[in-house]
Ligand binder design. Structure first.
Ligand SMILES: Nc1nc2c(ncn2[C@@H]2O[C@H](COP(=O)(O)OP(=O)(O)OP(=O)(O)O)[C@@H](O)[C@H]2O)c(=O)[nH]1
Length: 478
């Protein structure tokens, strides 16, 4: 049928002109080959090396047309089929990242999404895929990103995902950081007021806590780490450093309450308002000295009237207050029991020295090193610009341990004279020295009262009273 068609007058005319035969596709390859073998058709645009005489099927004897099976040369068929299979689709030859980039950059083929440059210039030095080199094409398929190793990662994984995954693997021992964060915080036991309801003997709790009520005491008190009572000398429990932040916050609250107290006394009042006179003045006294010299015990003895059952190293600062009456005036003595250990005080120091009215230097009479540290404590006061006229006293503690005393009284007295301070030797532990401890702080209170520091003075007589401004006369616009 094919030869019949090809030998028609139209086909011959086309052949004579040597032009392409548009309807040849309807014949199929077999028909074309038959026609060519019969010499009836010349295909000008068909490469001769692909359709040559040797590929054409031999005419069977008797001039019969070969069967369909014979008409299709097997070699040509296989090669054509293999070429069709090996010729990549343009998208097939692109790597994943290139595909993603081409999507983002509007479909530019083979371009990096980062710089819009050809992928080859980004470090992927492979040439564009060639249809005739299947090995190279395979390489190109395996190469996804120049920075990633050629591992057996699934193609669907984004490179970034692999980089950001490692939380568990990175932490040694298989613990993730989140589990580290969820470690239980150290237990902190709040210091409760001593029996009787208040810290001091004055009855009521500290003024700066009065607004909170008694139920707020444990929250407002400073925490100390739970633990057994430590032995009298060296091995003391180590408090938790994380409590320092809480202590610092407390110290600032104390300061602001002190400043509020000063303000309410009328001495510091930036605004032109009239404030009622304060009911009682507050004196801030800081107690400083080496760790373990007995600062906590001394302040506790004065405010609670007894030796504490157990003590731990102070973190930052402990506050105690006692109200006393001197010459008919009620004043409050606020004792700041500071930490002796450097690591528990360094971030608190600026709070200690603000608005200080008096300083108590304490050393341990059974420990010469604590006495030798006194000059450094005095120096620290100087560095924090403590006024030279602020009352200071020197206290040697633990005089009950007579057999262990290392610091002779005359040496201590000489030092005190050098620095113009009165010297007291006492014991916070010995109940017989109770009056002595009391006398130390009461002396200070008397001195402070007579000292009449500017900040704590009563409101001046020329206090400005706010007068209501005269209202403007009503104007009716209607
Ligand atoms: N024998 C005797 N021991 C005392 C006396 N005062 C304190 N201690 C003991 O000395 C140790 C330390 O007392 P603290 O009051 O905690 O010392 P501190 O100076 O406050 O120490 P830090 O808080 O670390 O600055 C405790 O074991 C007390 O029991 C005292 O007068 N006599």
């Amino acid at each position: 049928m094919g030869s019949a068609l090809l030998s028609g007058p139209g086909a011959l005319a086309k052949r004579a002109q040597g032009t392409r035969v548009p309807w040849i596709s309807s014949l199929g390859l077999r028909g074309v080959l038959c026609a060519q073998a019969a010499g009836g058709l010349e295909l000008p645009n068909t490469p001769k090396h692909r359709l040559t005489a040797k590929h054409a099927p031999a005419t069977t004897e008797g001039g019969n047309t070969p069967s369909d099976q014979e008409l299709v040369p097997k070699r040509i068929s296989r090669r054509a089929a293999s070429r069709r299979r090996l010729t990549p689709h343009p998208l097939q030859s692109l790597s994943l990242s290139q595909l993603a980039g081409s999507r983002e950059s509007g479909g530019g083929r083979g371009y990096s999404r980062h710089h819009n440059l050809p992928a080859a210039s980004q470090g992927n030095s492979l040439p564009p895929p060639s249809p005739g080199n299947p090995q190279r094409r395979r390489l190109q398929r395996r190469t996804r990103h120049p920075s990633l190793p050629k591992t057996s990662q699934p193609l669907t994984r984004h490179p970034l995902k692999a980089a950001l995954r490692p939380s568990r693997e990175r932490v040694p021992g298989g613990t993730s950081f989140l589990s580290c964060l969820s470690l239980p915080a150290p237990r902190v036991i709040a210091r409760l007021p001593p029996e009787g309801g208040s810290l001091g003997r004055g009855g009521a709790g500290p003024a700066w806590l009065s607004g909170l009520g008694r139920s707020a005491w444990p929250l407002r008190s400073l925490g100390r780490l739970a633990g057994p009572p430590h032995p009298p000398s060296s091995s003391r429990p180590v408090p938790c450093l994380s409590s320092l932040g809480r202590v610092r916050r407390m110290a600032s609250e104390m300061e602001s309450s002190l400043e509020a107290s000063f303000t309410s006394s009328g001495a510091v009042s930036g605004a032109s308002v009239f404030l009622p006179p304060a009911r009682s003045r507050i004196f801030k006294i800081i107690v400083i000295g080496d760790s373990n010299v007995g600062k906590t015990c001394l302040t506790y003895r004065f405010c609670a009237g007894r030796f504490p059952d157990r003590t731990e190293a102070t973190i930052g600062v402990d506050f105690r207050e006692r109200a006393v009456e001197i010459d008919g005036e009620r004043i409050k003595i606020q004792l700041w029991d500071t930490a002796g250990q450097e690591r528990f005080r360094k971030s608190m120091v600026q709070h200690y020295y603000r608005n200080v009215h008096a300083v108590v230097f304490v050393y341990d009479m059974t420990n010469m090193a604590s006495f030798h540290s006194l000059p450094s404590w005095i120096e620290e006061c100087k560095q924090h610009l403590l006024a030279s006229d602020i009352p200071r006293i020197l206290v040697g503690n633990k005089c009950d341990l007579r057999s262990a005393i290392q610091v002779p009284t005359d040496l201590a007295q000489k030092f005190a004279d050098t620095h113009s301070m009165p010297l007291f030797e006492t014991s916070a532990k010995n109940p017989n020295d109770n009056d002595h401890v009391e006398a130390i702080f009461m002396t200070l209170a008397h001195k402070l009262k007579s000292h009449k520091p500017l900040m704590l003075s009563q409101p001046p007589d020329n206090g400005i009273t706010l007068k209501p401004e005269p209202k403007p006369a009503m104007t009716c616009w209607c």
